[in-house]
Design a protein around this ligand. Structure first.
Ligand SMILES: Nc1nc2c(c(=O)[nH]1)N[C@H]1C(S)=C(S)[C@@H](COP(=O)(O)OP(=O)(O)OC[C@H]3O[C@@H](n4cnc5c(=O)[nH]c(N)nc54)[C@H](O)[C@@H]3O)O[C@H]1N2
Ligand SMILES: Nc1nc2c(c(=O)[nH]1)N[C@H]1C(S)=C(S)[C@@H](COP(=O)(O)OP(=O)(O)OC[C@H]3O[C@@H](n4cnc5c(=O)[nH]c(N)nc54)[C@H](O)[C@@H]3O)O[C@H]1N2
Ligand SMILES: [Mo]
Length: 792
């Protein structure tokens, strides 16, 4: 304690700048002194450049020996689950079952660089805030628990016991447990997530916002209502049997590269692939398998057979157009398209759906979707020709005001063709974080189902709170209004991932305490409450040894398969705690004798945690045995097995009004997307190789015709202003890049553009921020010499 205070005083006397950063998160420094380079987008994904890039990142962070050894353990039966994405592992795994971007994710975590107490002595918060996100991430792994005391300018080290006592003091002083929020990012293991939600509910609140609120919440909401489960229905094997696969609102070449292997295999079986996207993403046009000889040397496999260049948020119109075209074929030849027996016996609401499509005009479909009728007719021919259809989607559909409608229109087409609950058919929301789906299954949800709470109450003899808690948007609003005073995050980067960065920053600053359990330094550590803690934890790649010996954790992939993940590397520091151990110590410190759970005993051997899970969560019976079988086990999935699990027991057609774009002159609709060199808010590098944009992230992609009309030129600097309910938000100094994107549409990168996303603009029902539908206008930026773009 005395040592900590001394360090802190020393740190404070070093600096005469204000104690807390004034730098607004949006006013980040230019990403690089080098000029932006823009060239032609790549013609294919994968291939040799992917291999080179993977090795560069792995060796750069870890050196050649540790780098190669680590990569050999990714996604193997006795290795660890890749922290990159939630795409499932094939049954027969090649020795290198990872991808370029998985390698970057692993390298980022397994780096040999370290952020020590010495580092924090040198760097004040103000100085750190002046660095880029890329730089912050490159400093390495966090090694010690750190505290920022009231008024201090630097973080100082703190013992674990003191840190837990500090948190307990703040939490137990609150007027109500609902004055604290407990965020989760989707990398958290099942074991840690289960213990965490148990702790939070014993503390007395359902305030469990998570990254899912900003991600696939719209998918969960849409699917739960219509088919009775908030998850996808297909397995990896279904990809080999499909005749048509639609990839809509997703960029798998960058975000789920291993999915390309499944698509390539499907193509070899004669499957057709339809891509629906405002951008012709190179990853979907042509693929060279980086781990097969034909992929490295050959010219690759053309993937998408048809590309529909939909306008941003034109998907409801497009999907209704496909519905119309299918019903027209049915009218010409009754019984040829609508799966009559299925629709009559197993679904509700078909008549209303068909009647609504009658009122939709082709003119509106074409105008609002931006896609020509002939193209839609071609796609409809494919859908009419087979019922082995798989729909895959991601953030391009979930982050709009009518996101739930987008996904329910997919369900309509699926029910119409009866293409669900049979081999080679179904719906496939492709998840992001490697265990985001599992965290929900474990009870990380602000609106838990009563049956889940009943089971907790029965097995653990306490009365969990029944009223709904706060999601991500509500948490920010409540912190802003002073109703939430303590913010705790198990992973993630809440500040940079959430909308309206300025408002979120202000909200965080108004709290009494912010706590981040993290592996790496990020901007969320720099914008804090009165006091703040950084608690460093083990990552996926590291061995986890508890009193009962070496442990493994479990995760659930995008297709509902639960399997083990076992780290192998020595921990980055001897001071790290595993997430389950950290949560159990926290629970003990905060709840004391109020909790009868044997927290310390549970984490001595994670089998004990799993045993508890098996008694609370349906589908996890005999968990410890089944998870030890190679490949793990699949959770029950009614719709996959031919049973809709809605209350009616039927699949539901739904009716949605087409979303109409209303833009004033000079306004554009902007989406915020990921580059090829980032993992959400973690910036690995400054290139977006597939899109041909290098060495810069503050760019805005525009249609060349719009540029002419707006009077802006390639390479010009502009400020972006977003418009929502009379409020303007500004992001400065973006460089204009002409791109193949529909008229009146624009694209920028997340998280640089998050400052423009309005907090109060979110999807109906799911409350997901509308990060892909932001109305903006441009104005010339003064003074942008360092970012000038070179000509293509
Ligand atoms: N390497 C890497 N892997 C990742 C991540 C990462 O950052 N890096 N993030 C992980 C996470 S958490 C997630 S959720 C996923 C995200 O995976 P994606 O959803 O693929 O990620 P985004 O970059 O947001 O891309 C959205 C795609 O939707 C398109 N799109 C945008 N608006 C619309 C629209 O209105 N209609 C249609 N049809 N398309 C639209 C964009 O052009 C883009 O191709 O990836 C996961 N995997
Ligand atoms: N504008 C805009 N905003 C978006 C999106 C968008 O498309 N556009 N996408 C949204 C989506 S889909 C998502 S999922 C969210 C992501 O939101 P988050 O999940 O909150 O953000 P990440 O960037 O994935 O979190 C990265 C941090 O997690 C920590 N970390 C990494 N591994 C571990 C670990 O093993 N344990 C712990 N405790 N910490 C770890 C590191 O410190 C790292 O800095 O962002 C959302 N925000
Ligand atoms: Mo996500």
């Amino acid at each position: 304690m005395a040592e900590a205070m001394r360090q802190e005083q020393a740190a404070e006397s070093q600096s005469d700048t204000p104690a807390r950063p004034e730098t607004l998160p949006s006013a980040q420094p230019p990403t690089t002194p080098e000029p932006l380079r823009v060239g032609a987008p790549a013609v294919s994904a994968g291939g040799m450049p992917a291999v080179v890039s993977a090795m560069k990142h792995a060796w750069g962070e870890m050196g050649p020996v540790r780098g190669t050894q680590t990569l050999l353990k990714v996604n193997q039966t006795h290795g660890f689950d890749c922290p990159g994405c939630a795409w499932p592992d094939p049954k027969h795994r090649p020795p290198f079952e990872f991808c370029e971007n998985g390698a970057k994710a692993v390298a980022e975590e397994a780096t040999t660089a370290r952020v020590t107490p010495d580092f924090f002595r040198q760097w004040s918060l103000v100085d750190l805030a002046a660095q880029t996100d890329h730089w912050l991430g490159k400093q390495g792994r966090l090694t010690h628990p750190m505290v920022l005391r009231e008024g201090a300018s630097h973080y100082a080290s703190i013992s674990w016991d003191e840190a837990f006592t500090l948190i307990a003091g703040e939490l137990n002083a609150l007027g109500s447990p609902d004055e604290a929020c407990f965020y989760t990012s989707g990398r958290t293991s099942n074991e840690a997530a289960f213990l965490y939600q148990l702790f939070v509910r014993q503390f007395g609140t359902n305030n469990l916002p998570d990254c899912s609120n900003m991600c696939h919440e719209s998918s969960g909401t849409a699917l739960l209502e219509t088919i009775g489960i908030g998850k996808g229905t297909v397995t990896l094997e279904d990809f080999e049997k499909a005749q048509v696969i639609i990839v809509i609102g997703q960029n798998p070449g960058t975000n789920h590269p291993r999915m390309l292997t499944a698509l390539e295999a499907a193509k070899r079986q004669g499957c057709r692939i339809l891509s629906i996207n405002p951008l012709p993403e190179p990853g979907l046009q042509r693929f060279k398998h980086p781990q097969a000889v034909r992929g490295i040397l050959g010219s690759g496999t053309p993937l998408a057979d048809l590309f529909l260049q939909v306008r941003i948020n034109g998907d409801v119109a497009l999907l209704q157009g496909l519905g119309k075209a299918l019903l027209a074929r049915e009218a010409m030849q009754p019984g040829s398209v609508v799966a009559r027996d299925f629709v009559e016996g197993r679904t509700l609401g078909f008549e209303a759906y068909a009647a609504h499509l009658d009122t939709v005009s082709w003119e509106d479909v074409v105008e609002q979707s931006g896609v020509a009728r002939e193209q839609l007719e071609t796609a409809a021919d494919w859908l009419a020709g087979t019922d082995r259809i798989i729909w895959c989607w991601a953030m391009g559909l979930t982050q709009h005001r009518n996101a739930v409608g987008n996904i329910q229109e997919i369900v309509n087409l699926t029910l119409l063709r009866g293409s669900i609950g049979k081999p080679g058919a179904g719906v496939c929301p492709v998840r992001g974080h490697s265990n985001v789906q599992g965290d929900r299954t474990m009870g990380i949800w602000e609106r838990p189902r009563p049956a889940f709470l009943d089971a907790l109450s029965r097995e653990l003899a306490f009365e969990p709170p029944r009223h709904h808690g706060m999601d991500t948007v509500a948490t920010i609003q409540a912190m802003h209004e002073g109703r939430v005073k303590v913010f705790f995050a198990l992973g993630g980067n809440f500040l940079s991932a959430t909308p309206d960065t300025e408002r979120t920053a202000e909200a965080l600053r108004r709290t009494r305490l912010t706590v981040h359990v993290s592996t790496k330094l990020n901007r969320a550590h720099l914008v804090t409450g009165k006091r703040a803690l950084i608690l460093p934890c083990l990552g996926r790649t590291e061995s986890d040894v508890q009193a009962g010996g070496p442990q493994f954790v479990t995760v659930e992939n995008s297709m509902g398969v639960v399997h083990a993940s076992r780290g192998a590397l020595p921990p980055a520091s001897e001071h790290l705690l595993s997430e389950p151990a950290l949560v159990s110590k926290l629970a003990r410190a905060v709840l004391g004798s109020r909790s009868s759970v044997r927290w310390e005993w549970l984490v001595e051997d994670y089998d004990r945690v799993r045993e508890l899970i098996s008694r609370v969560v349906p589908g996890f019976e005999d968990f410890n045995r089944r998870v030890r079988e190679p490949g793990g086990f699949a959770l029950p999935n009614g719709p996959r097995e031919g049973r809709f699990t809605t209350q009616s027991g039927k699949g539901h057609f739904t009716v949605h009004e087409m979303s109409r774009l209303k833009l004033e002159p000079g306004q554009l609709l902007m989406m915020t997307i990921r580059t090829h060199d980032q993992y959400n808010t973690t910036v690995y590098g400054l290139d977006d190789r597939y899109r041909g944009i290098r060495n810069g992230r503050r760019v805005v992609m525009l249609n060349a015709e719009d540029m002419k009309e707006l009077g802006v030129e390639a390479g010009q600097g502009v400020d972006l202003t977003s418009h929502f309910e009379g409020v303007r938000r500004v992001a400065r100094k973006f460089v204009v890049v002409p791109y193949d994107i529909p008229r009146r549409c624009a694209a920028t990168y997340f998280p640089e553009a998050n400052v423009l996303v309005p907090l109060d603009s979110f999807a109906e029902k799911s409350r997901t921020p509308t990060s892909k539908s932001v109305i903006i206008s441009l104005s010339p930026a003064v003074d942008l010499p360092a970012l000038a773009a070179s000509a293509p």
